[in-house]
Structure formats: structure tokens, C-alpha cells
Design a protein around this ligand. Structure first.
Ligand code: ADP
Ligand code: TZD
Length: 583
């Protein structure tokens, strides 16, 4: 691959020498490592970097706020196993991107936040430079690794270290500090080329130890009521065929975490998703595959798991497949930790299972099937209703059909009720199609994820958004229109955070803290930038608008007006809401 080289300089003896500079070395180092897209926001000192990157053939996606660019980079990392790149200006731009970097690290998504920074000697003496901040120090505690490059000759090493840190072992966010003075530094082109590193095997396989594999197999073999729990680490690992083979050959029922939906189609007969509250307390051996026993799984204990009191162990034995050796025992005892990459671990388990593996006892499977069928029938009944005004169920019944008819489409999802109901109602059919609020339950990922999902996959994107959730990144509808991305945003609009029917108890003129402008016309935001905006107040109108959006691939925003009394405070996690002690 040819390096990008700036104009030849004419030296004193009139011999033209080829020189390159910091700008071009950054671009060349990224391209050399197969990174072809930058999500960012230009300004001093990185304006020229965005321009030159585009000129050099990279895709540069320019956002309206750095947090959205950062979220885009993070989810691009999840989708591709390559670090997503977010580029920002110094101090405030850097801080805007930092939330996304911390969120990526929390979710184990590989990304690199590259921020320009001010003059080192001025920053270090705190003499008050333009956008002065010791960014490296600020970033360090919030990400997996942080590096700074001072000399153009070191750019190759800096980018190589950032890539390795982001994708090897447990993936995460990396901060790369590039001071303004680095970019114009000139270097002999040949020396510059030689300084670049093409990273060999950036995420090496980690083969599990044989005795650990045996231990896990013994535990599984002895189980009467086994369960497999798939997390987003399993989706990230791209070991889809191996995971499916393990589940089907072992006959063990499985439960997908939100972003693991679709590794196997949600309609798979071994899915126990519709019997979650039955299988978690009922299982005797649980195998976690790329899922942590954090709050999303009630820390592996308490009532969810059959414990009598909130901190009581339910009696399950756990096998945990994870690339991080420190993850085991984080919440409850892990009887069989299996440390390695999921592809290698699952392959080793498959070899041990062989062909003569006995399926789990019929009693367990039948009990799950019975509970599952009962719950599915109940859900079908609820979905078939057509109340006026529309509610979460009648709106999401439409989304469910559209996703079923378009299984290649990407689904982005955030909100409280809008999140919980979509997760349980909308089936996924392919891996890594569902992108949501993740480990933190953070609002604001919506439009950044939607942009990246469209750019990376080329597939239509459906973003199901609470009206509050949408507000965190809503200005990026301009970005969606500018790049003409096939994104269909559906706002489940109930006039507020959670719901929209609260009133100010004082009777004063201010609205209640959770309530928004009534009957807001969100669809006009999309129209303002040339996209399609639709106001839908019935499932039929929603269906027609979504079908048209998928067909036309035009940027579309559907303001799906639902009952403002629909939903509950905090959705499914109301119990985490501290409330005054009841008398
Ligand atoms: P979920 O929220 O879906 O339950 P988590 O984010 O809690 O999932 O857990 C993901 C886990 O997957 C993390 O502990 C991470 O270390 C692990 N992981 C990520 N990639 C791999 C991989 N390739 N191989 C093994 N484990 C992985
Ligand atoms: N800020 C951030 C960054 N993340 C958060 N999770 C919150 C605030 C708190 N929060 C939630 O946990 S959900 C939510 C907020 C503000 C919005 C819920 O309202 P919605 O969804 O309109 O998006 P529903 O469907 O009406 O419940």
C-alpha cells in the first residue's frame, strides 16, 4: 500500500527529498492496520487530519457531538472486532468523547479515542492554553489503556499499542493523545514508512487448559437441570457456528442476554427466553458464555436465582467461559472457570462432548416447554389487542413483524419501557443485529449506534427509541440525512421520561420533572434536513411507514404516538429506584 506523502521539499542542493508528516503517518498507520473509517468531529488541532484522511480514501463520518461519534466507534468495534476510531478536538471535545470511551470499556467493546491536545509545556505548567487539559491523566482511570505520542517517528508504535490494547484479551477502550505539535512534524518519507507497524495477530486466540475443559464437562455431565447463558461476549466472539453446535449437540436450553439475541434465532426450540423466571431459579448447573454475573443477572444470587433473601445463593453451580481470568468469583463461586477465547473454549467443549452425549432429563425440558408455551400464548394474546391510543405492545407487534420480514436489518434500542418491551417482544434471527444500552443501561447511544450500524453493515437500521432516550442524540438525524443512511427511527412517544402523565403537585406553572412538551412533532426534525417524517398514531400507520422506510432506504423518523399513561417508572428495574420508606 502506498503511503500518503506531502509535496516534495526542495533542499539547498536542489535534490528533492520525499517527506511525510504526523498527519500522514497517523492515516498511514491506521490504513496499514485495515482501519478504514473515522467517526469524529473536526476542529483545532485535528481539522486537517479529517480532511487528509478523507483525501487518502478513508471514510470520515462527521458528527454533531463527540459523544455520538464515540458511541458509533464503540459499536463499530463490537460489530467488526476491529477498534472503532473516534477523533475529537482537545479538552471539551475530548471530554464529550470520554463518556463513550468509558462506556465502551464497561461493555468490553474495542475502540480508540484519538484526541488532539494542547501544548505539553503549557498544559503541564498550567499556564492556560487554548482548551488546556491533562487529557492523558483524565482518561487513564476510565479506559483500558492510554498512550501519548510526542514524536512523529513514534506514531507507528503508538497506533500499534493502541490497537493491541483495544482488541487483545478482554476488549475495551483506549485513549491516544496526539498533541497539536505532532501533526506538522516532518519526517523523511522512507523513515516514516519504516516506522509503521502492521500489527500481527492483534487478538491472539487463548486456548483453554485441558484440565479446565474436563472440569467443566464433568459438571455439565452431572447436571439434572442445566442451562446455558449467552452474553454479548459470545456475540462479539463471532463463534456463531460453534456455539450453535454446542447448544444443539448438548440439547441444553439456553437464555440469551439482550445483545446475544440472534446468535441462534430467538424462535429456536431450545431458547428458554420466554421462561426466564422459571429457568434461572430452577437450573442446577449454569454455563455462562461471555456474560458477567453483574446487576443484569442479579449478581447470580437472590430471589431471581431461587435464594430466599436478596443476598442468598440459589444453590446453582456455575461454569464461566471468559477471556478475563479475573472475572470468575466476582459475585458468587464459579466452580468451573474456563479461561480462554470463546471460539477456542467452545471448540474444546465440543470435542469433549463427542457424539454420545446424553440430552438433559426430559422432566426439565418438558417443564421449560410448558412454561414457555404458556407465556408465549399469553404474549400473543396481548400483542393481538389493538387499543386506542396505541400502547407499547401494539406498536412493537408491528416492529416484531417488520424485523421478522427483514432479518438482515440492524436493530438499535434504547429507553426504559421502550427497551424492555422491545427486548422481550421483538425476536432476532441473526447474530450481532441487536445493539442496545448495554452494561450501564446508558441513554444516548441511539443515533451514534444507528449511524455506525448503517455505515458498517450497509443494511437498513431500525432504531426503537423512547422519546426521552432519543433526545440525548437526536441532533444526529442531520448526520443521518447528510450521509443519506438507511435509518428508520421509531420514537415511542409517551410525552416524557418513562411516561408523560405526571403533574406538578404544587399546581405551579412548571411541568413535572419527568414530563415533556405534549404532542411534540419529532417527525419534523427529520423533515428539517430533507428526510422523511411520519406521524403515526395507529399500528396500521406505523406498519405502512416502516415498510416504506425499509423499501426506500430513505432516512425516516416515525413519531409513533402512544398512550402517555403507558409504561412504568424505570421499566423493569423499578426495584433499583430508591424510594422513601413506606410507613
Ligand atoms: P452481557 O451484558 O451480555 O451479560 P457482559 O458484557 O456482562 O455480557 O459480558 C461479556 C463478557 O464477555 C466479558 O466478561 C468479557 O470479558 C467476555 N468476552 C468478550 N469477548 C470475549 C471473547 N472473545 N472470548 C471470551 N470472552 C470474551
Ligand atoms: N441519563 C443517562 C445517560 N442514562 C440513563 N439511563 C438515565 C439518564 C436515566 N434514564 C433511564 O434509565 S431510562 C430514561 C432515563 C432518563 C428514559 C426513559 O424514558 P423514555 O422511555 O421515554 O426514553 P420509555 O419507553 O418512555 O420508558
Amino acid at each position: 500500500m502506498g503511503a500518503t506523502v506531502s509535496e516534495p521539499k526542495v533542499t539547498a542542493d536542489a535534490e528533492p527529498t520525499q517527506v511525510t508528516d504526523g498527519f500522514h503517518l497517523v492515516i498511514d498507520a491506521l490504513k496499514l492496520n485495515g482501519i478504514d473509517t473515522i467517526f469524529g468531529l473536526p476542529g483545532i488541532p485535528v481539522t486537517d487530519l479529517t480532511r487528509k484522511a478523507q483525501a487518502a480514501g478513508m471514510r470520515v463520518i462527521s458528527f454533531r457531538h463527540e459523544q455520538n461519534a464515540g458511541n458509533a466507534a464503540a459499536i463499530a468495534g463490537f460489530m467488526t472486532q476491529k477498534p472503532g476510531i473516534c477523533l475529537t478536538v482537545s479538552a471539551p471535545g475530548f471530554l464529550n468523547g470520554l463518556t463513550a470511551l468509558a462506556n465502551a470499556t464497561t461493555n468490553c467493546f474495542p475502540m480508540i479515542l484519538i484526541s488532539g491536545s494542547s501544548e505539553r509545556e503549557i498544559v503541564d505548567l498550567q499556564q492556560g492554553d487554548y482548551e488546556e487539559m491533562d487529557q492523558l491523566a483524565v482518561a487513564k482511570p476510565l479506559c483500558k489503556a492510554a498512550f501519548r505520542v510526542l514524536h512523529a517517528e513514534d506514531i507507528g508504535v503508538g497506533i500499534a499499542r493502541a490497537i493491541r490494547a483495544a482488541v487483545s484479551g478482554r476488549p475495551g477502550g483506549v485513549y491516544l493523545d496526539l498533541p497539536a505539535r505532532l501533526f506538522p512534524q516532518s519526517v523523511d518519507a522512507q523513515a516514516g514508512r519504516n516506522s509503521l507497524i502492521k500489527v500481527v495477530d492483534p487478538a491472539p486466540r487463548q486456548i483453554p487448559a485441558q484440565d479446565a475443559v474436563q472440569r467443566a464437562l464433568e459438571l455439565l455431565k452431572g447436571a439434572k437441570r442445566p442451562l446455558i447463558l449467552l452474553g454479548k461476549g459470545a456475540a462479539y466472539a463471532q463463534a456463531d457456528a460453534e456455539i450453535r453446535a454446542l447448544i444443539e449437540r448438548s440439547g441444553i436450553p439456553y437464555l440469551p442476554m439482550a445483545m446475544a439475541k440472534g446468535i441462534l434465532p430467538d424462535t429456536h426450540e431450545q431458547s428458554a427466553a420466554a421462561a426466564r423466571s422459571f429457568v434461572l431459579p430452577g437450573a442446577d448447573v449454569v454455563m455462562l458464555v461471555g456474560a458477567r454475573l453483574n446487576w443484569l443477572l442479579s449478581h447470580g444470587k437472590g430471589k431471581t436465582w431461587g435464594g430466599k433473601n436478596p443476598k442468598d445463593w440459589g444453590g446453582q453451580k456455575f461454569i464461566q467461559i471468559d477471556i478475563s481470568p479475573q472475572e470468575a468469583d466476582s459475585n458468587v463461586r464459579i466452580d468451573a472457570p474456563l479461561v480462554g477465547d470463546i471460539g477456542s473454549c467452545v471448540t474444546a467443549l465440543l470435542a469433549g462432548i463427542g457424539s454420545g452425549w446424553a440430552k438433559p432429563p426430559a422432566e426439565w425440558l418438558n417443564a421449560i416447554a410448558e412454561r414457555k408455551n404458556k407465556n408465549l400464548a399469553k404474549m400473543a394474546e396481548t400483542l393481538a389487542k389493538n387499543p386506542a391510543p396505541m400502547n407499547f405492545h401494539s406498536a412493537l407487534n408491528v416492529v416484531r413483524d417488520i424485523v421478522k420480514a427483514n432479518p438482515d436489518a440492524m436493530l438499535v434500542n434504547e429507553g426504559a419501557n421502550a427497551l424492555d418491551f422491545t427486548r422481550s417482544i421483538v425476536d432476532m434471527y441473526q447474530p450481532r443485529k441487536r445493539l442496545d444500552v448495554g452494561t450501564w443501561g446508558v441513554m444516548g447511544i441511539g443515533m451514534g449506534f444507528a449511524v455506525a450500524a448503517a455505515v458498517v453493515s450497509g443494511q437498513p437500521v431500525i432504531a426503537i427509541e423512547g422519546d426521552s432516550a432519543f433526545g440525548f442524540s437526536g441532533m444526529e438525524v442531520e448526520t443521518i440525512c447528510r450521509y443519506n443512511l438507511p435509518v428508520c427511527v421509531v420514537i415511542l412517544n409517551n410525552n416524557g421520561v418513562y411516561r408523560g402523565d405526571e403533574v406538578n403537585p404544587t399546581g405551579g406553572p412548571d411541568p413535572a420533572p419527568l414530563v415533556f412538551v405534549k404532542d411534540a412533532r419529532y417527525e419534523m426534525l427529520m423533515q428539517a434536513f430533507g428526510g422523511v417524517g411520519v406521524h403515526a398514531s395507529t399500528p396500521a400507520e406505523l406498519r405502512q411507514a416502516m415498510e416504506e422506510a425499509i423499501r426506500s432506504r430513505k432516512p425516516t423518523l416515525i413519531n409513533a404516538v402512544i398512550d402517555e399513561r403507558a409504561g412504568t417508572e424505570s421499566g423493569r428495574i423499578t426495584a433499583l429506584n430508591p424510594s422513601a420508606k413506606k410507613k
